[in-house]
Design a protein around this ligand. Structure first.
Ligand code: ATP
Ligand code: MG
Length: 139
């Protein structure tokens, strides 16, 4: 059975461009409940750890630099079928391919600076939630 939680980050580009409010509004309108949330800046080490699966990819250095370039908002979101439904709400990795009405279509500027992260599996949603939040920070 599909899990009911996913992990998102509002990335540094969207924070810089004042889109925190717009993105949270789309998340609420999409039927997701906020279980946990914090505003923080990742160090390059922490950003590198979060995206470790991409370590061998040519864009890894650029991705780590970008994700540690300014503050982000991290949140655990709850809804039935959370991982898949949130990936639908955010749209394709490359905003040029993102569907109308998706967060990336509205707010992303490029494939690298694409406004939001969404977990890609229930297992990663759990690991990523634990990366940012203790049990006492979840409601
Ligand atoms: P995310 O994991 O952030 O939700 P995603 O699952 O849609 O994004 P991934 O393949 O996991 O996409 O890539 C992780 C991130 O790495 C992308 O969101 C993007 O910021 C960056 N990235 C991916 N492909 C490229 C690329 N070709 N060039 C530059 N950056 C890229
Ligand atoms: Mg991914």
């Amino acid at each position: 059975m599909a899990g009911n939680r996913t992990l998102t980050m509002i990335k540094p580009d969207a924070v810089r461009n004042n889109h925190i409010g717009g993105i949270l509004s789309m998340i609420n309108d999409g039927g997701f409940r906020i279980v946990a949330m914090k505003y923080l800046r990742l160090t390059p080490e922490k950003a590198g750890k979060f995206y470790e699966v991409h370590k061998e990819r040519p864009f890894y250095g650029e991705l780590v630099d970008f994700m540690s370039s300014g503050p982000i908002v991290a949140a655990i979101l709850e809804k039935d079928n959370a991982v898949e439904d949130f990936r639908t709400l955010i749209g394709a990795t490359n905003p040029a391919n993102a569907a109308e009405g998706t967060i990336r279509k509205r707010y992303a500027t490029s494939i690298g600076e694409n406004a939001v992260h969404g977990s890609d599996s229930d297992d990663n949603a759990r690991l990523e939630g634990d990366f940012f939040f203790s049990e006492l920070e979840r409601f």
